[in-house]
Design a protein around this ligand. Structure first.
Ligand code: SF4
Length: 227
């Protein structure tokens, strides 16, 4: 595998990024979206400074101490190196989670086909009519293809939406939850409130109305609010 420097940073220990297990997080450089509320401009616009080989050396050194590895970013699926890297991580014997905006269904398809992923966290940014305004991209169809791939696989996955009240209303959220139900989703739907305590990719008001409760009548989807 080419030893490219495509990783901006490594979080060596986390109990929050992979449900129920300890993990480290690899933050991949670059993203094909430009969400105003994104709090990782250094990663979205930055260049990697850690190579795949260095990341694997780190992971091997922690393999007895951690249960899993999270590939995050930025958008980790932009890089074709995620496939051999995921293979190497599985050979080490660790669980693998991918955080993705869903824009690269082919990469997700390959990861599923090779049985390299154990868990996926998929961002649902907005319904088609609002998607471009929120992500500055036209990648809604790709998101939905990724969703359907996961839905038709046996991979555990979750859906999450980041909410800033200037961008997503409670009515938008209701429509998004309805859409997930119509697509057959039956898992947890995480709603994450924007936290305005750091620099963001776009200009966005720091103050916004946080979602504290969200009543959704369709029981197959369980709404969980993350603050
Ligand atoms: S929040 Fe948006 S811009 Fe930031 S990494 Fe995720 S998809 Fe990319």
């Amino acid at each position: 595998m080419p030893d490219k420097q495509i990783i901006c940073d490594i979080t060596p220990f986390s109990m929050l990024d992979y449900p129920d297990i300890t993990s480290c997080v690899l933050w991949f450089a670059g993203c094909n979206m430009r969400c105003d509320y994104c709090y990782n401009p250094d990663i979205v616009f930055g260049k990697g400074k850690i190579s795949i080989g260095e990341a694997l050396t780190f992971i091997r050194s922690r393999s007895k101490l951690l249960d899993g590895v999270v590939l995050s970013g930025g958008e980790c699926t932009l890089h074709k190196e995620t496939i051999p890297l995921a293979g190497a991580i599985k050979e080490i014997g660790m669980l693998l989670k991918v955080d993705t905006n869903g824009s690269n269904p082919d990469r997700i398809r390959q990861l599923i086909a090779r049985q390299l992923i154990d868990y996926v966290s998929l961002d649902f940014k907005a319904m088609p009519g609002r998607f471009e305004a929120i992500t500055r991209s036209t990648l809604y169809k790709e998101f939905e293809k990724t969703f359907i791939l996961l839905q038709n696989s046996s991979i555990n996955f979750e859906i999450r939406t980041t909410v800033h009240s200037a961008l997503i209303s409670e009515n938008d959220l209701m429509l998004m939850a309805d859409h997930l139900v119509s697509l057959g989703y039956r898992g947890k739907y995480y709603i994450q409130n924007f936290v305005g305590d750091t620099e963001t990719v776009g200009t966005i008001p720091e103050a916004h109305k946080r979602i504290r409760t969200f009543r959704y009548p369709e029981q197959p989807v369980e709404i969980v609010i993350r603050s």
